[in-house]
Ligand binder design. Sequence first.
Ligand SMILES: [Zn+2]
Length: 318
Amino acid sequence: MKLSFAAQTKKELTQLKSKKCCESAELIAFVQHCGRINEDMDPAVLELATENAAIARRMYGLLKAETGHGLEVLVQRKMRLKKNNVYIIRMRNEIFVLLDRLSILSPERVIRMKVPDAIRESLCCKKAYLRGAFLASGSLNDPDSHSYHLEVYCKSADHAGELLQLFTDFHLHAKKTQRKKGYIVYLKEGDKIVEFLGLVGAHQALLHFEEVRIVKDMRNQVNRLVNCETANLNKTILAAVRQLDNIRLIERDYGFDRLPLKLRVVAEKRMQYPDITLQELCGVLPDKVSKSGLNHRLRKLDDIAQRIRADRGIFEES
Ligand SMILES: [Zn+2]
């Protein structure tokens, strides 16, 4: 099965090597985005959940580097069709010691949803945090789909605000909006999505995105040009068809010899060259006529044709 672009991007990110400080920053993002303290267990355990096996491995690795022991991995199989498995990394020992060391333990002994100052103050760790947040709760449209879209889901408005601030630190022009459940911070501009992919280290994904985007932009440009030319061409053809209708009607019911000479040459040349443009028609007239002069004559022919139609009680579409 071919991976979606989002899944491919995430897979690439889970294979990155990073510095010790950044590993902690990414782990903090994981804990804040998809961690929970399970009080049903005694003592309470910390659980990180994800549906993505590669991300589960990454979480396990980061957590192991931070704590060393007392971890287990559970797989919950979903019975309903089309539901993915959920991988749960469970930490049993000294979870509050860990959360405190990571600066994300609140006085109420729950996970604190603020981005720690140590991360805010470090460029590399801010990027690592964004990477973790995207891996844990991010999604991304295929660049070939109808619109560019990257988003990261947050459970609370406050947490979404924190995340938005990180995006803003990198001038990413992210926006925040409420969903049925929770909030999202999202990007809509192709340029900014490319920048984001670069910041978090998804270089393969970035290249693919740019490649598709260039081809797509070119195709759109070509389509726009073609549409524009087709529209103009259609206008030209419709006008010519109408002129010919008028002229034939005049010839049949009125007679060219009753037309003033200036109109008569136009009528005759139009009959002779039914599919040339007005500009070209000017060129084949015996006397020198400008395009607006020619238009004026054609309008007169149009008036005569309308009068004939009116006399005969023909009310055709104008
Ligand atoms: Zn760092």
